[in-house]
Design a protein around this ligand. Structure first.
Ligand code: HEC
Ligand code: HEC
Length: 150
């Protein structure tokens, strides 16, 4: 019995040694020791400030949801009942808020193609399509050219 345990342990040690040998040249993708401090970049801040003072951002293709040129951090979260975006962009409010009205396509039932009096609930979660921007360099070089003249 004692012999089996000793042999088992010897085998485990040999396996462990083999593994460390095999992975000796492997570096972590993080490029640092596990215990070392995180080297991730500091979070970037969105460029947009208070709505009403920003230039719209040029669109790059015709069906692109325009990106949000203003700050959104201080707005309440969109819930089923609440949507602060619509308090400026909704059909009843946009004129007095001097904000662009939500797109015509937002008043169409996507399932039937039927025109609606109010905007479709399929467009309720604005930030699933419209996003604020940070001034970040492209991750990879590219030569993309948009097809919309603004
Ligand atoms: C206080 C009023 C206000 C609120 C709230 C608001 N916006 Fe705006 N938004 C504006 C104004 C004004 C503009 C015009 C550009 C500017 O001045 O920032 C604008 C511009 C935009 C544009 C650009 C449209 C285009 O044609 O380029 C998008 C997209 C947008 N907002 C989406 C949103 C979303 C999504 C929310 C909610 C998270 C939101 N906005 C909340 C006032 C508002
Ligand atoms: C499923 C994606 C989607 C959702 C959700 C969505 N949008 Fe849009 N939005 C678009 C697209 C695409 C366009 C550009 C084409 C158009 O005007 O319909 C647009 C256009 C706009 C414009 C510019 C309209 C113009 O005439 O130039 C505004 C402002 C806007 N959306 C605001 C909103 C707000 C506010 C919400 C939430 C209540 C919202 N959108 C939800 C996709 C979306």
């Amino acid at each position: 019995m004692k012999r089996t345990v000793t042999m088992g342990m010897a085998l485990a040690a040999a396996l462990l040694f083999g593994c460390t040998q095999q992975f000796a040249g492997v570096k972590s993708m993080r490029g640092a020791d596990v215990a070392a401090g995180d080297k991730a970049d500091a979070p970037k801040t969105y460029v947009g400030k208070k709505p009403g003072l920003q230039q719209k951002v040029a669109r790059t293709f015709s069906t692109q949801p325009p990106v949000i040129p203003h700050a959104v951090e201080n707005f309440d979260e969109i819930t089923l009942e609440e949507n602060q975006c619509n308090s400026c962009h909704g059909a009843e409010n946009y004129e007095k808020k001097k904000a662009p009205k939500i797109g015509d396509s937002h008043f169409i039932n996507p399932a039937t193609g039927q025109k609606l009096a109010d905007s479709s609930m399929a467009r309720h979660n604005c930030v699933q399509c419209h996003v604020p921007q940070v001034d970040a360099p492209p991750l990879v070089e590219n030569n993309f050219v948009g097809n919309v003249k603004n």
